[in-house]
Design a protein around this ligand. Structure first.
Ligand code: BTN
Length: 263
């Protein structure tokens, strides 16, 4: 089913996130479109929503599977007055917001995996991709892209991800309204974003760590052809993973994929 654009616009009127909304039945990538709108001066809280993406982008140059009618693909433009180095905090705000949202459907079963994957039963249900435009050491704008598997059935995933991906439908056995879901997402996101701007990163980090099952566990980090193992100690204020590595050194890792090792 297509999105109900009018209903969305009415329900989001005047909200911090979503007061300005661009909807596309089909687009390359909502992140690319939001970035273009950002360059044109789109205000904070502008959102792009697409029913399907033909070039959905994931982290590490991966493709984000984006079929029509069943999932959520959105990008949010923000203009926080913070230093460039603190930009990853915005992405972690999104991780916390999505986890809180999905927890309403699957209480106690949603977790975060560094760098910012949202999992249920160890399978990925949502990915977050933030991109930013900077001016000197200040942020001009950040685009936070969120892709969530909502009503997609297990057999609709491509073969290579069917064992590692899940959806709200698979986890709850029921169809979820994408309109209701995205409105709640923007509301919860706005709550945590305001908290970041008003009170700083500490409470976001605490919540993120609360949801992150891998902290305190032995993990393997892979980044293209490199791998590292060690104990995950936490995250720093730039979202980097703090790892106590197998040589007894503490290192901060900024990019890669994590796997929890069996103990
Ligand atoms: C990841 O690899 O985990 C990040 C996936 C991010 C996908 C979303 S879908 C909406 C937005 N537009 C894109 O092209 N990517 C993000």
């Amino acid at each position: 089913m297509d999105w109900n654009e009018e209903l969305l616009k009415n329900r989001l009127a005047g909200k911090l996130i979503g007061h300005k909304l661009y909807y596309y039945p089909e687009i390359g990538s909502t992140n690319d479109e939001a970035y273009r709108l950002g360059l044109e001066g789109a205000p904070e809280g502008t959102v792009v929503i697409a029913d399907m993406q033909t070039k959905g982008k994931g982290r590490l140059q991966r493709v984000w599977h984006s079929p029509a009618g069943i999932n959520l693909y959105t990008s949010i433009i923000l203009r926080p007055q913070i230093k460039t180095a603190a930009a990853p905090q915005i992405s972690l705000v999104a991780g916390v917001a999505v986890t809180e949202l999905l927890g309403q459907f699957c209480p106690g079963r949603v977790e975060l995996k560094w760098p910012n994957d949202v999992l249920i039963n160890g399978k990925k249900i949502c990915g977050i991709l933030a991109q930013m435009k900077t001016e000197a050491d200040q942020i001009d704008f950040v685009v936070v892209g969120i892709g969530m598997n909502v009503n997609i059935r297990q057999d609709q995933f491509p073969a290579d991800i069917t064992d590692i991906a899940t959806s709200l439908w698979a986890e709850t056995g029921r169809e979820i309204s994408r309109e209701d879901l995205i409105i709640s997402l923007y509301e919860i996101f706005a709550k945590w974003y305001k908290k970041l701007l008003q009170d700083g990163f500490a409470s976001i980090k605490e919540r993120w760590l609360h949801y992150a099952a891998m902290i305190g566990r032995n993990v393997q980090i892979s980044y293209f052809n490199e791998t590292l193992t060690g104990k995950a100690l936490g995250i720093d204020d730039s979202g980097a993973l703090i790892l106590f590595d197998s040589h007894g050194k503490t290192i901060n890792i900024t990019a890669g994929d994590a796997t929890i090792l069996k103990e």
